[in-house]
Structure formats: C-alpha cells, structure tokens
Design a protein around this ligand. Structure first.
Ligand code: LEU
Length: 84
C-alpha cells in the first residue's frame, strides 16, 4: 500500500536509507530513530521510498536521494510503499 507523509521541518527527520540505483536495490528505510519526527509518523523500517518531494526515486542513486532529503528544510514530503 502506498501512502504519503509530510514531516515538519527542519531536519533531522530521524531515519536512514539503504539501496538506490547504484546498489541495484530499491530505496528503503533502514532505520527509524526512536522519538524522532519520522518515528511520530507512519514510517516504518523496510518501507520503500517511492518519491521524495514529488520526484520519483527510480533513477536516483543513494547519494542523490540523500542530498534531496537533506535539501528539504520547510517540510519533507515522501511517498512510501508499506513493506507489510
Ligand atoms: N539521517 C537523515 C535525517 O534523519 C536522513 C538521511 C536520509 C539524509 O535527517
């Protein structure tokens, strides 16, 4: 199931990524920091990051995705796919 979250900025948002085009792996949430903004949202470890601020992550390397997330200051809008 795909869903959208909007985290109120500024960061840190409180999650880590793994994967990306350069790893031939979908971009996924590898860790959610307890008590963080991400933890207070519906984001869970294992969820796939489909889009960042409306931009599809299909062609993004790990670093490109990370930089796009870091460049968000007001809020961070993510489209995710639940792993379970
Ligand atoms: N660890 C960062 C944060 O929680 C996110 C990372 C994907 C750049 O703000």
């Amino acid at each position: 199931m795909a869903y959208n979250v909007s985290l109120p900025g500024p960061g840190p948002w409180g999650f880590r990524l793994q994967g990306g085009k350069d790893f031939n792996m979908p971009l996924t949430i590898s860790r959610v920091t307890p008590g963080s903004k991400a933890a207070q949202s519906s984001i869970n470890q294992g969820d796939v990051v489909v889009a960042i601020d409306g931009v599809n992550t299909d062609g993004m390397t790990h670093l490109e995705a990370q930089n796009k997330i870091k460049s968000a200051s007001y809020n961070l809008s993510l489209t995710l796919q639940k792993s379970k």
